[in-house]
Design a protein around this ligand. Structure first.
Ligand code: KIV
Ligand code: ZN
Length: 537
């Protein structure tokens, strides 16, 4: 089947969650599924019901509570698997059973080695054909929407792959997935599988062909796109590319490649791309897998420019160094990263964006201070700029809030709760507040927000261990933002909750300083280019 619409099949909650250490709670899965529905994915693979009670519940609740996308459940070609998938999907309105069986000789020899599956490879293959036929028919009796995957298709002999696909379609499969399970294929080879299936299996022309690529050689996105050029109209992918081993094709990358190079591919997706970054952060927080800053599309550096020549170019015309608009993927526009390589343009336009006006006669001094700081630090943050501007007017940074006391309780089956006592320096008063949250850190941050009355965005939260062993310290880095400005707090403590709270208070103090400072500065009304047109870089 050929149309210009590529269906996006998100498997973050199934293959993505198979990434070692990525397990999510049912609450997190539900929230992510709701977000995937807002993102407008076509299919959510919610889990593998037979594999555990937790997986069963997740599929059941997502099928019942999430409207919009088709909800898929994974099942081996075993009768009990298909029954469990059908039961978990029972109350869903749009449901798919996704059944799979291995087809490569390597897998057959290892997983179907027992003689009861056949003594020779030819006999084992016959067993696979009849398992496929029986499983698809069983699934078809539950729902019309049945997907079949030939596991390790990337290393399966093509004649047998075509044969098994033909059997699956004859039994009622409406989507045929051709996975590169081990991430072994290169794009030309992977595309050739789709051409061969379409050329040699007439039935395959009436169903949706799907890609499912793993990233063992870093080729998952390239292979998925090669599959689309070869006629695939469904891509299986995950947010941030999480998944087994090196992961799966990353949703944000395939979607943006299809969008930005729309003419090349001649296809489109229905994805609401402005929600990509928000969704990426949500998955990163739920799994604890940080998004690398240089990650395409959703990384914090994806739209940042540090070199003076790049900054100057981007400030004049974004097309010089950007192929997509940051806002279109939900990122902040024109993230000019200030560091040692930045020029005057970059510095003063950033200060201008922050609402800080620097009169001409003070520019040389501010720039000089900035360069001294940039020599000592990798990156100069907005809070540093505000401090520089404050200091050059003779001011001193003020501590606005102090955390006097904190108590956190959490336990199995109970929502974490935090109580904080925050001292306000301006009024010399203390405010005690309580809040609960999805996790202890979320509860602490909500209680602190209540105690300070601050409204801002939590842009990122990162934690790393400093030192080794049980008494290693946790170092927490928090970024919060308001009106496009970013404020950072870093704190270390053997108690990571204390470090989380301290870092947050530090960032809030920076933000409060910025707010206070902004009240007594003049705002510039001219656009960046007007103010700095002709200024030397
Ligand atoms: O990688 C794979 O082959 C899979 C199948 C279950 C589709 O995840
Ligand atoms: Zn997979």
């Amino acid at each position: 089947m050929h149309s210009d619409r590529v269906l996006i099949f998100d498997t973050t909650l199934r293959d993505g969650e198979q990434a070692p250490g990525a397990s999510m709670t049912i609450g997190e899965k539900l929230r992510i599924a709701q977000q995937l529905a807002r993102l407008n994915v076509d299919i959510i693979e919610a889990g593998f019901p037979i594999s555990s009670p937790g997986q069963f519940d997740a599929v059941q609740r997502i099928a019942r509570e999430v409207d919009g996308p088709v909800v898929a459940a994974l099942a081996r070609t075993m009768p009990a698997d298909i029954d469990a998938a059908g039961e978990a999907l029972l109350t869903g309105s749009r449901k798919r059973i996704h059944t799979f069986v291995a087809t490569s000789d390597i897998h057959l020899a290892a997983k179907f080695g027992d003689d009861r599956y056949g003594r020779t490879m030819a006999e084992k293959r016959d067993t696979i054909l009849s398992m496929t036929d029986r499983a698809v028919r069983q699934a078809k009796a539950i729902t019309d929407d049945v997907e079949f995957s030939a596991e390790d298709a990337g290393r399966t002999e093509i004649e047998f792959l075509v044969q098994v696909i033909d059997v699956a379609i004859a039994a009622g499969a409406t989507t045929i997935n051709i996975p590169d399970t081990t991430g072994y294929c290169v794009p030309k080879e992977y595309a050739a599988l789709f051409h061969a299936v379409r050329d040699e299996c007439i039935r395959a022309r009436g169903v949706v062909l799907s890609t499912h690529c793993h990233d063992d050689l870093g080729l998952a996105v390239a292979n998925s796109l090669a599959g689309v050029l070869a006629g695939a109209r469904q891509i299986e992918c995950t947010i941030n590319g999480i998944g087994e081993r090196a992961g799966n094709a990353s949703l944000e990358e395939v979607v943006m490649a299809l969008k930005i190079r729309g003419q090349h591919f001649g296809t489109q997706t229905g994805i609401e791309t402005r929600l990509l970054t928000e969704t990426s952060r949500m998955v990163s927080i739920a799994t604890g897998f940080a998004v690398p800053p240089n990650k395409a599309v959703v990384g914090s550096n994806a739209f940042s420019h540090e070199a003076g020549i790049h900054q100057h170019g981007v400030l004049k015309s974004r097309e010089t160094y950007e192929i997509m608009r940051a806002e279109d993927v939900g990122q902040r526009a024109e993230a000019i990263r200030l560091g040692r390589h930045s020029g005057r343009h970059g510095l003063f336009s950033r200060l201008e964006k922050l609402g800080v006006f620097v009169p001409d006669e003070r520019k040389a001094e501010v720039y000089q201070r900035f360069m001294e700081l940039a020599d000592q630090k990798k990156e100069v943050y907005d809070e540093d700029l505000v401090t520089i501007a404050q200091e050059s007017r003779g001011g001193v940074p003020v501590e606005h809030y102090r955390l006097d006391h904190m108590h956190v309780s959490s336990g199995t089956g109970r929502a974490p709760k935090a109580e904080v006592l925050v001292h306000h320096h301006s009024s010399d008063t203390a405010c005690r507040k309580v809040a609960d949250g999805d996790g202890p850190v979320a509860a602490i941050y909500k209680a602190i927000d209540r105690a300070t009355g601050s409204h801002h965005d939590l842009v990122s939260y990162g934690i790393r261990s400093v030192g080794e062993g049980a008494d290693a310290m946790g170092e927490v880095t928090v970024l919060i933002g308001e009106s496009g400005a970013l404020f950072r707090g870093i704190a270390r403590h053997t108690d990571v909750l204390q470090a989380s709270a301290d870092a947050y208070i530090q960032a809030l103090n920076q933000l409060e300083g910025f707010r206070a400072d902004r009240q007594d500065v003049e705002f510039v009304s001219d656009g960046i280019m007007q103010s700095f047109e002709g200024d030397a870089a």
